[in-house]
Design a protein around this ligand. Sequence first.
Ligand code: URA
Ligand code: SF4
Length: 480
Amino acid sequence: MLQYNLHDFDQWRSTARQLCRRDIAPNQVQLLTRTQTGLFAEVSVDASTDAVANNELKLENSQAEPQAFNVPKAFLSLAEEVGYHRDADRWNLLYRVLWRLTHGEPQLMQLSTDDDIHRLIQMEKAVRRDAHKMKAFVRFREVKHDGCAYFIAWHRPDHLIVRKVAPFFSRRFKAMNWTILTKDESVSWDQRELKYFEGVDRSAAPNADELEELWCTYYANIYNPARIKLKAMKAEMPVRHWSTMPETKIIEQMLQDAPARVLQMLVHSEGYEQSARDFLPDPATPLSLESLASAVKNCRACDLYCHATQAVFGHGPADARIVLVGEQPGDQEDLVGLPFVGPAGEVLSEALMAAGIDRSQLYVTNTVKHFKFERQGKHRLHKRPDAREIRACRPWFEAEWSQLNAHALVCLGATAATALIAPGFRIQKQRGQWTASQFCDHTMATWHPSSILRLPDPVQRQARMQELINDLRQVKLTVG
Ligand code: URA
Ligand code: SF4
């Protein structure tokens, strides 16, 4: 029986490919994981120096045509995820499925009831869930060394996901020196590259530091809505995490404390830009407008959430043919939680009615989901969102759009038009014309209803209203 020690997915892939080409059936080979090498050390060969590998290399170099075979992409991406699973049998299972795919069962991936496929899917889910948890629950502690600050965390993932998740942390904490220790494998980031080294025991991580509370606040407030609800937290978090989670005690207080200091630290770290991407629903759960509307409530990707009452998500049927996008919620919208319900909403409703469009059939949303304002006495005056806020918020619209099946996208005003059509879009010149955007072949921008309200001259107001109505009529004619 052939035996191989495999370190990672890439090694599995090249080894499996070679074995398959040489027609070595799954029952003739054992693919072991690195952790089993002690047990089999005398008999096993390392895949990178193995004779089969060398032979195959020669074959490929000497231009001999290796026997070609096709593997569905879906299998490869599933296999890559499964490669992070802790199950010691994963490489054998993957090879068996590869073998079956290339030996008379090319449709195997579609058979989710097949035992092997079912197992692979479950394993992939477990890996994704674990990666999501690692992103949410890793807490760094600060250690000073030679005047430099280092951040250290110890985490206990269920699976071997350090290499899967490390790039996320290197993007998020780009301008910090940090290390994440796990008992299987550890990783460090020195602001330039990720370095992997062996796992360590829990005792190697420092126990107390001044940043602890900040990290608690940060994670509990901005990361994962489930953590704010104690019940949900308990259901979601394996109990072993609790011993290292002092924030459970201070949760009430944390909810009142804005995590501004920690956010500042992140926002000011060089090259780091917060994005709503980090607040989208768990990718392991099915995406829907409902899950998005619920996740947006916890978005902290820009400062606007601090002063607004609530995030205002899009509203309307998921099968709407037309999607309208405004700028951001106004005073009324912020209080009610729905888009275009204030004075601008009234103008919009009137224009839609005049154009013969039933508003209840539309999906209406905004470019930015939180209300930005300036206080003036009792009033909250609308302030334009800036470019960074618009960029930060964009993933919400992208995700929303992905859940819709609309035939036309209508941008109301310059903010939506420049964000969604083109940065140089000129509303005065280009409104009322169909254009293709990255979202939709039928995209049009027209006047924002508020811009009508702001015109001091009633004649001008009337004229602009008529233009808005005409533009909406055209939308109705084309896709209504
Ligand atoms: N203005 C907008 O752009 N959107 C709203 O929801 C309300 C006013
Ligand atoms: Fe998030 Fe957008 Fe609100 Fe900023 S405005 S916090 S990006 S939802």
